[in-house]
Structures are given as C-alpha cells and as structure tokens.
Design a protein around this ligand. Sequence first.
Ligand code: ZN
Length: 344
Amino acid sequence: MREARRHAQSRRRNRLAAVAVGAALLVIALAVIFGRGKGQETAEKTDVTVVDNSPGPSLPTETDTDTGSSEAPSEESAESSEEAAPSEETDEGEAEEDEEDPQFAYSDIFSSETPDRSTFAVDPSNTDWNYGPMGEKTIYLTFDDGPSYLTPQVLDILDQYGVKATFFVTAQNPEYFDYIADAYNRGHTIGLHSACHDYEQIYTSVDAYLADLAEIGQVVEDQIGYVPCFIRFPGGSSNTVSANYCEGIMTELTARVQEMGYQYWDWNTGTGDGEEVTAEQELEEVQVVETEDKTAVVLLAHDGELKESTVEALPGIIEYYQALGYVFRPLDRNAKVIHHTVFN
Ligand code: ZN
C-alpha cells in the first residue's frame, strides 16, 4: 500500500515537474516569438500592410463560400469592416481564428469571395489606394461595355467556377440594366465605364466627360444603391484617340477623377477581344501576355454586344490562371491600382 502511495506521489511529482518545465518552455517560446515579431515588424512593414489591408482574413467568418455567390448583403459587409480593422499581428490573429472555427482553412483566405463592400462608394476623403504588390498571385477579371444579352452567360460561367469579377458598365443597353444589380448581388464589383461610350462626345472636354460619368453613376446607383469609386476610361488612360477631340484631356481627367474620390483601373493583360478574334485567339493572347511574374493581373475582357468569342474563351482563361495558382478577386479598395502611361 505504502509502496503504491509512494509511486503515486512520485508520479504526481514527476507530472508537476513536467508541467513546470512545459510552462517554462512555453514562456520562453512566447518570449522568442513575441520578441522576433517585434523585431520584424519594421522590416516587414510594407508586406504586412498589404496583407492586413486585404479583406481576406475577415472573410471566412462572414461569408460561406458555397452560398457567397448568390448572397452578398451589404449589412453583413459593414460588420466585417469592423472586424477587418488592421492589426499588426496577422500571425496571431489567424491562429486565433484557427482555434475558434474548426471549419476555417487557411486557403479560405485566398478563395474568391465577396469582399467588404461598405467602402465602395465614391468618397473624396478616402484616398488610401494600394500601389504595392499583392500578398498572393491575384487576378482581377474585368468586363467592359456591358451589360448586354451576353452578361447572363458570363455570370453563369463565373458562378460555375466560383469566380468573382468586375464589370465596368455602360448605359448603352437600358433593357439590360437589371443585370447590373444581378452581377452585384452575385458578388461581383460594379465599376463605371461610360454612359454613352462615344469618344467623340466624352473626350471633348473635362465637363463633357464628367457629365457622362455622372450619368452612368446614376444608372448604377439606381441598381446597387450607391455610386461606386471604380472607373475605367473608355480606351484606357493611355488612349491617344482623345487627342483628336481635346489636347491633354487624359492628363487632366486622371488627376481630376482621383480628386473627386474615384480611382481608375487600366489593365496589364487583355484577351485582345477589342477586335474581331476567335475564342482560341483570345486564350492564346492571354497566355502570350502572361509570361512575366505578376502578383496582380488585371485582365481586360468585354461582355458587350457581339463578344461571343469572349464568353467561349472564358472557361479556358479561368482554368489557365487557376492552374498557375492565381486567386480571382473582384476589385476592391485594396486591389493593386494599375495605371497606364498617359500620352495625352
Ligand atoms: Zn469600352
């Protein structure tokens, strides 16, 4: 009996000792981690900021990947913006989420989900744009010139692949305006392209451009409830056609729209669907251009009238970038801003 008790006591002592040693090791480990974290903070500041600003980390708790495509209530987005408040200690924040939510997988951060859209309205006081690299290989599919009769097909393909994109819309086809709300409700970002899309009209003067911008802004507001801050200039900011109508107008406009709280996105890859091409040629075009290492690809495509070849090429384009490990995202305020050189 005594022997047994002694054994038990000794076992307890051993266990206590083990716990004490374990606790000491934990303290040391925490001190090392904490100390190293502090040390790296300044060195990694730039990278950390980019990652922190991304809407990713707050998303897994907010949006269910499976249903995210069809529902994107803005009230929920408002909540997530608070939760996404920038934190310097990304590692710890993620570790915590890991423990709290067993469903959470790290890859969820990088899946294509609806970002927080509560800050997408045009806002002159919000000039915090991302000109740095993205934290991971990211592709922004952008579709210009819609909505058109082709838009539903594009939306269905995007849904099939669970991909979110951006639509820079026009007011050329009022009968399809509903598709703007449809695209938005399916988790895509809506940007402003042009109401009339007539270079000769919009690039005649700064005032003419701004009047057209206000018009398409109103169309979009009627559909989604606010005027978005995302712009794409017809022809891109690098267009020289505008010089035929107004010397220096792109130089003026690129500055002016940003003062007003908008941001314009050009592109660094295109399907070449601006001209008459086949689906095969569009896919080839994408693959030829995608040779450099880009952390942020902004791909120009069109869902306007007669762009059947783009619809046809779209699955191949998506699969191509998926195979390269790219994550598809809709534009948001954390997206890398892509600007062309302005020539006029
Ligand atoms: Zn266009």
